[in-house]
Every structure is written in C-alpha cells, then in structure tokens.
Design a protein around this ligand. Structure first.
Ligand SMILES: Cc1cc2nc3c(=O)[nH]c(=O)nc-3n(C[C@H](O)[C@H](O)[C@H](O)COP(=O)(O)OP(=O)(O)OC[C@H]3O[C@@H](n4cnc5c(N)ncnc54)[C@H](O)[C@@H]3O)c2cc1C
Length: 382
C-alpha cells in the first residue's frame, strides 16, 4: 500500500466497496446502451463523491489531487466512463480554486455541491492536439463578450449546466491570444446529439454550439489572455488525477479478471495459469501496473506538495499520462489474449476494458502529444 493518509485509506476502501457492490452490476447494461452513466451517477451523488474536492463549507473535504485520483481509480476498476463525473468535478474545482475569483467560487461551488454537471470545452472540430490554434472567438462588446464557435468531444456536453470554455480573445496569436471563460448556461448554447463511441460508453460526449452567446467580462478565469497558462497547469493535473487514474484502475481490473479466468480455464489438461508463458504475461502486467502506480503517485505528490519547477511539472505530468495510459492498453490487450475467443466477446468484460483503454490513450492529450511535451522538457533539463 502506498503511504496514503488514514482519510485516503478510508475513502479508497469505501469507494472500492461501493463500486463493486452497487456500480459493477450496472456496467454491462449501461455499456451496451452507450448513453451515459444512468443510475450510477445518482449513486456517486448520493455518496458525496462529486463534492469531495470542495471546501468544507460547501459539503466537501477539500480533497487534494491524490484523493480525487484514488476515487477515480477505484471507480475505473469497474468502469472508467462512470468515473468521468468525479474527474469532471475534480477538474472544475481545481480550476476554480487555482484561478477563480471569490465571486466565481461563490457562484460555482454551490452548483458543484448540488451535483450539477459542467463541460470542459477546449477541443474543436478542426483543432484537437493543436489546441493553441482554436478559433472559437469571444469579442468584447459593452461589458460583455459575444462568443461564437463550435466545440466538440465535450464530456457531459448534452447535460452540462456550466462551461469552462477556451476562446480566442487576442491580443496575440496562437497560445498567447487564448482566454478561459467560466459561465452558466445562457441562451445561444446548445448541444449536438451524443456520439456513439467505441469506449467510455457510460459517459456522454457531444458537440456544443455557441451562437452569439453573451457573457459578462467578469466570467474570465484568471486574466484575459491567460487561458494557455490555466490550460498548461490545470491540464497537467487533470491528466494525472483523471485519465491516468482511470487507466490504472482499468488495467488493474483487467488483470484481476484475467487471473481469475486463467485459474478456471484448462488447456492441455491444466489450468491456463500454470503455463509459464501465461505466468510471464501476468508478471509483465503486474510489474508494469506497479511501476505505473509508483510514477502516478509520485506525480500526484508533486502536484499536491507544490514544490516543483515548471519543467519538472510538465515532465512528470505528461510522462505519467503517456506511461500509465499506454501501459493500460497493453495490459487490457493481453487480458483479451489470455481469454482467447471469449476475450473478444462483449459478454466478457475484458473487451470493454480494451475499448476503454484506447480512449484513455487519446483524450486529455494523446500519448504522442505527451511524448512531445516530455521530449521538450528533457531537452530543457539536459
Ligand atoms: C471520450 C472522449 C472524451 C473527451 N472529452 C473531452 C472534453 O471533455 N473536452 C475537450 O475539450 N475535449 C475532449 N476530448 C477530446 C480529446 O482531448 C482530443 O480528442 C485529443 O486531444 C486529441 O485530439 P484529436 O482527436 O483532434 O486528434 P488530432 O489532433 O487530430 O490527432 C490525431 C492523432 O495524431 C496524433 N498527432 C497529432 N499531432 C501530432 C504530432 N505533431 N506528432 C505526432 N502525432 C501527432 C495524435 O496523438 C492523435 O493520435 C475527448 C475525447 C474523447 C475520445
């Protein structure tokens, strides 16, 4: 066990039990439907899991990134998509805590406390990895911004009641002309139908349209033109307590299922697990999961401890995202291999784990983009 605090250990145990007993039985049906977390979201809200990172006066426990990561990992041990709401709530609180004004905290914390969902809107149809070139525009007009543009792949897009929206305000080109706006749903915002996806089918994803949306200028998070700064800092943390935690939980769940299966299934007269080639596959899985867990924890401790240089922050957050998510894809693929033909049947859960692992390698900055950031950081350091 990693050196978690007593409170973190208690939360971990509670969420593991909840996920196993109440959420796992819902997953197969929800995955088949592909329309979102359904009743599972009510369970998360009922147990206060979306509120954890909020300050105590808003019903939370001021959970740090390590604690949010624990909850996401334990939920993803049964299903990554269902952990998306905890990841989303953690993201909003992280951005508001670090960049929000007192007025923004007073406005948005109660919405989070009430379990209302928001959408993080960066990706556009023409710009995903190349986020510095987004074209959604916010133009100042008499104390307001008028926003026009289309965002895509927004998790919880169809259900969102507030938005963290990256827009181009200028001055400056590329990253230097980007601002981040935080506002409640207003006329002019609408959602497209949710996408039918390969993985993360228990989390809805859609386009969001912003047509002549009028929002007051004080909805800027931080300062105008600081959007990229919020994205580099917030995005780094999100990748770790979000996608990496999901990948870690998913890999652990895939390995555990494959081990149980390999103890039951016999080939050539003995249980599959007694074949050395299969034992070595499990050894690789176990070693890689533990290596990933150590890096993941180290990075979370760095974020929560706050003692790092910018280069170290980028090196460790991006290394963790790429390493853990790529590791999970390999583990899930090997778990499918160990189940043989049953592995590719949707009624066995490892196929879903492989589909979900692929999503984690792509969202929140794909593995290739993380490696570009790691490469850049290394060349600054050495
Ligand atoms: C389920 C899901 C949920 C999501 N939720 C959100 C959300 O809530 N909010 C949001 O804003 N976005 C969200 N996204 C979008 C996600 O963050 C982007 O899909 C991701 O950043 C990659 O962008 P892209 O899909 O446009 O790929 P592209 O940028 O088109 O890249 C395509 C591929 O090429 C690779 N590539 C691109 N450029 C280079 C390069 N220079 N060198 C080497 N390889 C390169 C990429 O790694 C990728 O594999 C979500 C995506 C998914 C699948």
């Amino acid at each position: 066990m990693l050196p978690y605090s007593d409170e973190q250990k208690m939360i971990k145990e509670m969420v593991r039990k909840l996920a196993k007993e109440k959420i796992e039985p819902l997953v197969e049906e929800l995955d088949k439907k592909g329309e979102g977390p359904g009743k599972a979201r009510d369970i998360l809200i009922e147990h206060g899991l979306l509120k954890l990172p909020l300050p105590q006066e808003y019903g939370g426990v001021d959970a740090d990134c390590t604690t949010v990561a624990i909850v996401v990992e334990e939920l993803a041990r049964v299903d990554g998509g269902i952990s998306m709401d905890v990841f989303g709530a953690g993201t909003f609180v992280f951005f508001v805590k670090n960049f929000g004004s007192e007025a923004q905290k007073k406005k948005f914390y109660p919405m989070l406390e009430a379990g209302k969902l928001g959408a993080f809107c960066l990706t556009e149809p023409g710009y995903g990895s190349d986020a510095a070139h987004i074209i959604t525009k916010a133009v100042r007009d008499d104390g307001h911004y008028v926003v026009n543009g289309t965002k895509t792949m927004a998790s919880n897009g169809p259900l969102s009641e507030y938005y963290l929206l990256y827009v181009r305000t200028g001055p400056g080109e590329g990253a230097s002309g980007i601002s981040c706006l935080l506002f409640e749903k207003v006329p002019g915002v609408s959602a497209g139908k949710h996408f039918d996806k390969l993985g993360f089918r228990t989390s809805p994803t859609s386009e969001l349209y912003f047509e002549d949306v009028k929002v007051p200028v004080d909805c800027v998070l931080g300062k105008e033109g600081d959007g990229w700064k919020t994205l580099v800092f917030g995005g780094g943390a999100m990748r770790v307590f979000g996608a990496s935690s999901q990948a870690l939980g998913n890999a652990q769940g895939a390995m555990e299922y494959a081990i149980k299966y390999a103890k039951e299934r016999k080939t050539f007269g003995v249980p599959l697990i007694q074949h050395q080639a299969i034992q070595f596959m499990f050894a690789e899985m176990g070693m890689n999961i533990e290596a990933a867990r150590s890096l993941h924890f180290r990075t979370l401790q760095m974020i929560d401890g706050g003692n790092y240089s910018q280069t170290e922050y980028e090196l460790l957050t991006s290394s963790t995202k790429a390493f853990v998510c790529d590791m999970a894809m390999k583990v899930a693929t090997d778990a499918v291999q160990i189940l043989g033909a049953y592995g590719v049947m949707n009624e066995y859960p490892v196929a879903k784990r492989m589909r979900d692992a692929k999503v984690n390698q792509i969202f929140d900055g794909a593995s290739q983009i993380q490696k570009m950031i790691v490469g850049r950081a290394l060349s600054k350091l050495y």
